[in-house]
Design a binder for this molecule. Structure first.
Ligand code: PGU
Length: 464
């Protein structure tokens, strides 16, 4: 609450009164409402001289009065609302975070083993170099492109460790802002909600390309190609490497080829966001096929990576930014600038997650165990996807075709529910989800599929 102290001094009087916004009989000064002096020094205190009366106005209104309340985050805010709900049936399908069949968070066994190794070795806590842990950077680019990819041998990739997917994207956005002034980033419509925030905050202009077609509940491939063609030459085209978020709809391998054709023709720069490698299909190689296709064509490519989902390292903030360049010299210069951008932002990245990744990927036994665990996680999501489809199809007698649920891949299902219907899911059924109609199947269990099917059917048919 705003409050102000007024002290009035004159040869014969000295008074002080405090005033509050909420007071009905608020003191009034000379017909004008309370204004802050723009003079030097404390803008919240002013001294006025009026004849023999000098008024000293010391205002202890917060300096942050001009800062409005920010809205809750459309994704992470859903988890906050979920925590505040005391109803036992509640279900959090908002954030894309893997849960077990008992709906508990899951720490991978390989992660625990890697952490034990780290304890045994008694690793220190010294600063990492600005570009991150060397063993991590080597492991991450090899995982992405394949260890024998020629661009790695030719030292044409600038890889720096980033603060997970988000931080890596933000670093690349800063690079674009600094070295490609005015260049636009093309973003799919729809996309992960934070993409726009990232480019907005980095002051990088963006526009959308068509991606999702609500009529077919599939990819608007023609629209996508048209929009990429129509963009100014040399734009950055942001692509989801696999398991497109939020739609769960990916281009086919043939479509990826055509997308690469147009991007090459237009001299655009492909910019991949790879947040789900291994999580979509269960195979690390299959999920990196799109990126590898572009690299094999000799194109320069940006790739942000995240280990939040595939290694369950959400809170460790571990990922990387890779820039595949046409020469080792260009790669070295790009890397030097990425470091220069990172230094004043966060100085150097955290070590714990980087060591986990390096240990898991660098140890053949742990690596194959990881792949099995990833298949298990991807498999559980596929099972609930199937069960949800079966439940909805058998309960809904309206004849609506729900088969799109099975065509989508990855963690999410894009249900087609609108905002009102999504609100009904939450308010009536205690199912927490984002307002764009996305549900995270990673937060669903087989046991809850019937309940969710009832909620979706009710929301779809009874709310407009
Ligand atoms: N890119 C995409 C496409 C994503 O879906 C996510 C995470 C990220 C990047 C960033 O993840 P990092 O944890 O920074 O590596 N999206 C999830 C997680 C919640 C969020 O919005 O950050 C989601 O639910 O969409």
């Amino acid at each position: 609450m705003a409050s102000a102290m007024l002290s009035i001094t004159s040869p014969s009087t000295s008074a002080s009164l405090s005033m509050h916004d909420s007071h009905k009989g608020k003191p009034h000064f000379g017909g004008s409402s309370l204004r802050f002096s723009k003079e030097k020094g404390n803008p919240f205190s002013s001294v006025r001289s009026s004849g023999r009366i000098s008024m000293s106005l010391a205002v202890n209104i917060s300096r942050f009065e001009g800062i409005p309340m920010a809205p809750p985050d459309p994704i992470l805010g859903v988890s906050e609302a979920f925590r505040a709900d005391s109803n036992e049936v509640k279900l959090n399908l908002g954030v894309g975070a893997y849960r077990t069949e008992d709906l508990q968070p899951y720490v991978l066994n390989v992660v625990k083993k890697a952490e034990n190794l780290m304890l045994e070795r008694g690793e220190n806590k010294e600063y990492l170099p600005i570009e991150g842990l060397a063993a991590f950077n080597k492991a991450t680019v090899e995982l992405l492109l394949g260890a024998d990819n020629p661009v790695i041998k030719q030292q044409r990739v600038a890889t720096v460790q980033g603060l997970s997917g988000t931080g890596s994207l933000r670093l690349a956005a800063a690079l674009i802002e600094r070295y490609f002034p005015g260049a636009k980033v093309l973003i799919s419509s729809p996309t992960w909600g934070n993409h726009k925030n990232i480019f907005n905050d980095a002051r990088v202009p963006w526009s959308e390309y068509r991606y999702y077609d609500p009529k077919t509940v599939g990819l608007d491939f023609e629209g996508m190609i048209e929009d990429i063609k129509a963009a100014p030459e040399g734009s950055f085209v942001l692509l989801h490497g696999c398991a497109h978020n939020p739609t769960g709809i990916d281009p086919t391998p043939e479509q990826w080829e055509k997308i690469a054709d147009v991007i090459q023709q237009k001299n655009h720069i492909p910019f991949f966001d790879v947040a789900y490698q291994g999580f979509a299909s269960g195979s690390l190689d299959e999920d990196a096929a799109s990126v590898r296709l572009f690299v094999a064509r000799g194109m320069e490519v940006l790739v942000a990576q995240s280990y939040s989902k595939n290694l369950g390292l959400y809170a460790e903030r571990i990922g990387a930014m890779n820039v595949v360049s046409s020469s080792p010299e260009a790669a070295a210069r790009v890397k030097s600038q990425l470091k220069r951008l990172a230094r004043p932002m966060y100085s150097n990245p955290p070590v714990h997650g980087a060591r986990i990744v390096a240990n898991v990927v660098g140890d053949p036994a742990l690596f194959s165990e990881w792949k099995a665990e990833m298949e298990m996680m991807a498999g559980r999501i596929k099972n609930v996807r199937q069960k949800l489809f079966d439940s909805i199809s058998s309960k809904d007698k309206s004849g609506k075709d729900w088969s799109f649920i099975l065509k989508q891949i990855g963690m999410f299902s894009y249900t087609g529910l609108n905002k009102n219907q999504s609100d009904n899911m939450t308010n009536k059924w205690h199912v927490y989800m984002t307002k764009d109609g996305r549900i995270s199947l990673a937060g669903l269990s087989l046991a809850k599929c019937e309940y969710l099917a009832d909620a979706i059917i009710d929301s779809f048919h009874n709310v407009s």
